[in-house]
Design a protein around this ligand. Structure first.
Ligand code: ADP
Ligand code: MG
Length: 470
């Protein structure tokens, strides 16, 4: 009876976890990876789930284990870890445990073996350092493929991680999404705590930092909060663009930051933009961020993408035909995360249906991704195309000239930039000779008005749009 009750509670907790996770990761990912899971048991704070295939297990462990843990713990505080097992192999007892930075560092040495083991388990509980986020042991230096676009950032990260004391302070890593910032930071943290377990490393996202700080404010506990950070050797904060604009947190970040730098502690920071481009970031904070070493990660090249695919295929222990890898490296150009996702999908498909990967199936399995990658138009493309269409110089897109003959095409280009790219208004403004975002907003409105009352103008715009979307 008690057993049945427990089972019922587990089931209902699990469906609650599912509901929340679905909101976080979206319907498509949920259907592919979470839906096929079944709950087995909850024993001694460990929730056990099972999935039908090894590939699904590896994928879920890599992408959803931490989230599952956090969500589950929020619903049932007695649950401290989640394990994902392959259905026919439920009895196997190889376990990868990850409880803290130190444990993660230890595990890093045996990561290759562990990831291939039949059962993976990582705990999201942090025993040594309550505040540091868990590290992913797969994000090691060894697993980072170096190429032209990231060699500088890699060298800087390596140098800081290798040095027994402070080197470049702060080290500021920046680059677009999915280009390896978080990977490099984890690699540094793992490396440092492996080399010298006595050095305390705190790695956390800027969002988490803010959340902690706000909680401390509410609990009138800011002294402890400050102490926590002021006693670390290495502080790493990921995605600081999220700190922009939040008054008190930014202030606190600045003070913590200054105190640590003054005490000779190493700071590593990442963001999606350079310090000078961070919106809503105070000037004195920007200049302080600028005075260490700033290293950017550029968009991937074909060679790097191919190298990454080869390395990932090896990690997955699958044979992927060279032709398929070249195809993916050509087609998926946005970032490494998408590239990895594409490879995983192709591999998953072939394993699920039990057939070799061919170009046709790859195209079929990835049709949505391929379409999105094809459609990506840059602001520069738009400026070139619109200039040549209206017979003006490309430089007029950036110039201050206000004559109608150049101002109108410029507005059209801004309008198309808004429609066809995912750039924000301020970003678009900057690309048009550093104009204000209100100018872009005005341009968009103006073009919409004209389009509605002038059919030949509307046709022009439509033609341009179609040519750009090609
Ligand atoms: P960011 O933090 O810049 O958004 P991540 O570090 O999360 O990006 O990287 C996204 C994914 O791509 C991760 O799975 C990461 O391991 C992988 N990745 C990025 N760059 C590389 C690289 N140079 N070599 C191997 N994997 C990479
Ligand atoms: Mg990141």
């Amino acid at each position: 009876m008690a057993n049945e009750e427990a089972e019922e509670t587990n089931e209902s907790n699990w469906s609650e976890v599912c509901k929340n996770l679905r909101l976080e990761i979206g319907e498509a990912a949920f259907q592919s990876w979470i839906k096929p899971m079944t709950i087995r048991s909850v024993v001694d704070g460990a929730a056990r789930l099972s999935v039908p295939t090894r590939f699904m297990r590896d994928w879920a462990v890599a992408h959803y284990l931490d989230k599952l843990g956090i969500l589950w713990n929020a619903i049932d505080a007695t649950v401290h870890s989640v394990e994902i097992l392959i259905q026919p192999e439920l009895s196997s007892q190889e376990v990868v445990k990850k409880t803290s930075v130190a444990a993660a560092a230890e595990a890093a040495t045996s990561a290759a073996v562990s990831m291939a083991s039949t059962e993976s388990r990582r705990s999201f509980e942090n025993s040594t350092s309550e505040i540091s986020a868990p590290l992913d042991v797969r994000f090691s230096f060894d697993n980072f493929v170096v190429g032209k676009p990231n060699e500088f950032a890699y060298a800087a990260a390596r140098r800081v991680a290798d040095a027994p004391s402070v080197t470049f302070n702060p080290l500021f890593l920046y680059g677009g999404v999915g280009l390896g910032k978080t990977h490099l930071m984890h690699a540094m943290a793992l490396h440092i705590s492996q080399q010298d377990p006595k050095r305390t490393v705190i790695y956390l996202s800027a969002e988490k930092f803010m959340y902690r700080f706000i909680r401390a404010l509410k609990e009138h506990n800011t002294v402890d909060f400050k102490e926590m950070f002021r006693n670390v050797d290495v502080l790493m904060i990921d995605d600081v663009q999220f700190i922009g604009g939040k008054g008190a947190t930014q202030e606190e970040f600045f003070h913590t930051f200054n105190a640590l730098v003054d005490q000779g502690r190493q700071i590593v920071i990442s963001a999606d933009k350079s310090p000078s481009d961070l919106e809503g970031m105070e000037e004195r904070l920007q200049s302080r961020l600028n005075c260490g070493l700033v290293a950017d990660i550029h968009a991937t090249t074909y060679e790097l993408r191919l190298g990454i695919l080869e390395s990932k295929a090896e990690q997955l222990k699958v044979e992927v035909p060279q032709k398929i890898m070249e195809f993916l490296a050509h087609k998926i150009t946005t970032n490494v995360r998408e590239l990895e996702g594409a490879l995983n999908r192709v591999v998953a498909h072939s394993q699920l249906v039990g057939r070799d990967i061919t170009l046709e199936t790859a195209q079929e399995v990835l049709h949505d991704l391929l379409r999105a990658n094809d459609r990506r138009v840059t602001i520069e493309d738009i400026q070139k195309r619109v200039s040549s269409h209206f017979n003006i110089r490309v430089s007029d897109m950036h110039s201050a000239r206000r004559a109608r003959s150049v101002a109108r095409p410029r507005q059209v280009a801004m309008y198309l930039a808004k429609q066809l790219t995912s750039r924000s208004l301020p970003e678009i403004g900057r690309k048009f000779g550093g104009r204000d975002h209100t100018t872009v907003m005005h341009a968009v409105k103006k073009v919409e008005e004209l389009r509605d009352c002038d059919t030949s103008f509307a046709e022009d715009v439509e033609l341009l749009r179609r040519m750009l979307e090609g």
